[in-house]
Design a protein around this ligand. Sequence first.
Ligand SMILES: [Mg+2]
Length: 279
Amino acid sequence: MRPRLLVVSDLDGSLLDHHDYRFDAAEPALAALRERGIPLVLCSSKTRAEMEPLRETLGNRDPFIVENGAAVYIPVGSLRRAPRDTWQEGDYWVRAFAPPRQRWLDLLASLRPRFGDHFTHFDRMGLEGVVAATGLERQAAARALQREYSEPVLWQGDEQTRQAFLAALTGAGATVLQGGRFLSVAGDCDKGRALRWLRACIQQEDPARDVHDLAIGDSANDSAMLESARHALVIRSPVHDFPALQRQARTDYSQSYGPVGWCEGVMAWLARLDPSATE
Ligand SMILES: [Mg+2]
């Protein structure tokens, strides 16, 4: 029996160009996926509020994964029934893998007496502060502020105190990742776990048919997802090395950057599955 196919992709630096966030270079592969009815699951560190406009632009109605694997949003009806452990929120069935953002806001508030003004974070900075600190336009900053599972923190103190701050956060159960400028404070989740859960839901719909997934990403925070899928497409970055992966089988590394590499890699994957894909 033919397998069900599934593509799960990171956004920034993968489907979206690292510099200008455009994806038009990927259009031929996006069209090929649409024609074949292959779901494209967007999977990003972005918030739901940031991902929804992009899904709209792409005409994408497939499930998507937010805030580095903290939650999966499944449009109601895109699976035959609501998967276990989900709840309905608006037009979505939601599965969360991490505590809500408020948990981290409470934790940060509790650290205020000890670390004072050595740190600030999105919720405290507000819209104007986030615009000033990130250079985002107001509308984009407002969407970035609509976080549900994680909180970006800006450290403003010395290195020694920073280490104590990190220890206090992780000691209280937070997972802390260093991004470009911000520390991301969140629960213990990753894109790989979210992908494995979603794939199992799809598999359950039709147990007799295997699900063959292709994971696409460019960074270390994509590693768990890239390791979890049947096929992996690693996208070349103009600003950092390929993420280190354990896997070697069924793993492609793009020659081109961003959406150009994305397009080439997806077309090659389709062609290998079925030689008629690129006719
Ligand atoms: Mg990326």
